[in-house]
Write a protein that binds this ligand. Structure first.
Ligand code: CTP
Length: 411
């Protein structure tokens, strides 16, 4: 089941949006209606509230609404923004980044796919201003349910009549299905740092924020995967829908990961080891009592932690799953070192981060990376961690073993 935000604009076709809401529900989707001020003049919000059994979003500035920053909350939860009917006005706002009401702000705030069903007078539709806006939106990846005779690459022709509700629902359903390429898959992601306790109050740690791992978990969830997130200490809010296992040290992370991968449950299809696992831990474990400041020099003896990724590589030998992805923080030329790691740990792909480059690595929202396989090295330019997560999963999906029989088929 997906959450669809159904934007409704002020046009005579607004009543047909009621049928679209029903059709989406019949296909098992959850619908949150968002009405513009003019839409509410054509169809009462109460109609949508009764059908969707959810409050109708409309007035961004109503008391109580902004306190929860509702358009942001909805924007991050939804899987599709569908606008029926889309007027020339809303298309103009979307194309130009104007956000003066709930629906236009939602469009800017969401990263979900957008599908619009335009409807307007023939001359309006043919106007170069509207045609330019539609072209611009199409370039940005917005999809259309064609009105009348449809959208041609050279411009718009047609009567501008809203597409039939059943066609709109089918197009929305196709888009939602197309995005669920990991349906029936089980994905395990490790994220964040591990911390190695020295005594009851001190530990050895690192600067990993967990953001990259959480972005991969969120992207896998959006694609329909069942996601286990094994997370070291981080302050981040985990993505909704992930099963979260909190751990502290490398040894605890190893136990949690191996139990999930090698345990009796469903086979794991993909493991992405994003966690910055400590390489060393105090020999003999954490001291029971707090270390005292009673000497001028303190020598700590450390021993190597288990290499979880290498253990997974050894465990997998002779099996067809899981696909194994590692991360490597390198400086200088990351490809050669990443490839050496890939072979040594017997994994399929290493995401090499040159942490010396601006915008890469720990803490921030962006990353620059090279995806290194046995034969290829693909540079991914500076982008958000979520964008890198998308590219990574796009590359990994073709490597997944066929779905175990009885699992839900990916579309
Ligand atoms: N990793 C792991 N267990 C460890 C250390 C690292 O599973 N004890 C995983 C990380 O999650 C990451 C990859 O291995 O996916 C990173 O390896 P890295 O620490 O860069 O490799 P090392 O073998 O430690 O090599 P070096 O530090 O010498 O570069």
């Amino acid at each position: 089941m997906a959450l669809v935000a159904l934007g409704v604009c002020g046009g005579i076709g607004a009543y047909k949006a009621v049928e679209v809401a029903r059709g989406l529900q019949q296909r098992g989707h959850d619908v949150a209606a968002v009405l513009t001020a003019n839409a509410a003049r054509f169809v009462g919000p109460l109609t949508f509230e009764a059908i969707t059994r959810r409050p109708v979003a409309g007035d961004q500035f109503a008391p109580g609404v902004n306190a929860q920053i509702e358009h942001i909350a909805l924007a991050s939860d939804l899987q599709l923004l569908l606008v029926v009917p889309a007027t020339a006005n809303i298309l103009g706002k979307f194309a130009n980044g104007i956000a003066d009401d709930f629906l236009s702000a939602l469009y800017l705030a969401t990263t979900a796919p957008v599908l619009v069903a335009p409807a307007m007078n023939t001359n309006m539709l043919a106007h170069p201003a509207v045609a330019a806006n539609l072209d611009r939106l199409a370039e940005r990846g917005v999809r259309f349910v064609e009105p009348g005779e449809g959208y041609l690459a050279c411009g718009w022709v047609g009567r501008g009549r809203l597409a039939e509700p059943a066609d709109v629902v089918a197009a929305a359903d196709r888009m939602l299905g197309a995005g669920r390429s990991l349906a029936g898959r089980r994905v395990l992601v490790t994220a964040g740092p591990t911390v190695e306790d020295l005594d009851p109050v001190r530990y050895l740690g690192n600067r990993s924020s967990g953001r990259m791992g959480y972005a991969i978990a969120a992207e896998a969830l959006a694609r329909g995967a069942q996601v286990d997130l094994v997370a070291g200490p981080t302050a981040l809010e985990p993505p909704a829908g992930a099963e979260v296992f909190r751990v502290r040290g490398a040894e605890e992370m190893r136990t949690a990961v191996m139990a999930r991968v090698a345990g009796d449950g469903d086979a794991v299809d993909l493991v992405v080891m994003v966690a910055a696992v400590a390489d060393y831990t105090p020999a003999g474990g954490a001291r029971d009592a707090k270390l005292l400041r009673d000497r001028d020099e303190l020598v700590l003896t450390l021993r190597r932690t288990p290499d979880i990724l290498a253990a997974l590589g050894r465990w997998r030998a002779g099996r067809d799953r899981p696909v194994l992805v590692g991360f490597a923080a390198e400086v200088g030329d990351p490809v050669a070192r990443a490839r050496e790691k890939l072979r040594r740990k017997q994994v399929d792909l290493v995401v090499a981060n040159d942490v010396s480059r601006p915008g890469a690595g720990f803490g921030g929202n962006t990353n620059v990376a090279t995806l290194v396989t046995d034969t290829e090295a693909e540079e991914i330019p500076l982008g958000t961690k979520r964008e890198l997560a998308r590219v990574l999963l796009d590359r990994v999906e073709p490597r997944l073993a066929p779905l175990a029989s009885g699992s839900e088929g990916a579309t």
